[in-house]
Design a protein around this ligand. Sequence first.
Ligand code: ASP
Length: 372
Amino acid sequence: MSTRPKIFVVYTGGTIGMRKTSRGYQPESGYLQQLIDQVPRFADPEVPHFEIDEFDPLLDSSDMTPAHWLDIAERIRRNYAAYDGFLVIHGTDTMAFTAAALSFMLEDLGKPVILTGSQIPLEETRNDAQANLLTALMILGRHHRDLAEVMIYFDSLLLRGNRARKVSVGSFDAFSSPNYPPLGRVGIEIGIDWPRVLPPRAARPEPAEIAVVELGRATVAAYRLFPGLKPAQLSAMLAPPVQGVVLECYGTGNAPTADPEFMRVIQAATEAGVVIVAVTQPLRGSANLELYATGRALFDAGVVSGYDLTTEAALAKLFYLFEKGYGAGLVKELMQRPLVGELTLPGAADDKLAELTPWTIEDRELSERREH
Ligand code: ASP
């Protein structure tokens, strides 16, 4: 019997398995498997054994919805006990959103989940698909006992999923995690930066099953500030039924707070119970509302600092916290605490990141404060 690790592959679609047609690249059922079967390297003993479970229909990831996130998570949950790790093959366009969502949805995760895809389909002679797939599989095979988080592997970088962003449309290094160092770099060696990795939740017995939290039922949104915005537009966006909004601010969390109408709109929304989380527009850095007077005015109006959360992670986290049934006060508080390594508090030592997880926050503390 084979002792090779077993990897379960959820193939959702994306460029990687697409076929060139007269209407441009399109996903086609069974085609990726067919291409893989033609490459003997995928059967090399160094590559773990893997089985592909294909979405029907396969998606361009721009069509990905929270219902698809749930479909991915459920496929992982159903196969959790039988496999050592999980690979999600996904289009690049919304891969960072899905990775962030899965990092919150898969509670109790004790095995690695890696998302990958490619910029050029596997069918092309010159492609990044083969290297991304083979390396992601080999990382899962080698390190399935030590990695227990949702990650993206792309063009030599292993990134924490809820820190990753798509940063390039045209080059192979399409992903980066600007506010957190890569978990691993692949060159001649596969190097993992172990102190950066979330420790497997070893304190508790490894669960044979994982829980899946459905996301997408809350009403959340993201809004990017720009010079010339009309507060009335913002007001329409903050109106019911919205529960949480990621406000993409300038710099360290600044906004046109000299405009009384803008401030009135923000204040009215937070008073009505909308959770507004400030993140920063620049790729790198942190929104901390307590640094500048304009940020402070937002803080005083009830906006919370999202620090270095990506918009993708902030949206997923809002979905998650509202799904848990928490009221606005607790959602605000937890938005400012790292739950699964998704944010760094100012001055926090990186190695302390993993300490606070939703699974270490006392259930009692939360249930007492749950407002339905
Ligand atoms: N539009 C494609 C997708 O996200 C792009 C890709 O896979 O690179 O599915």
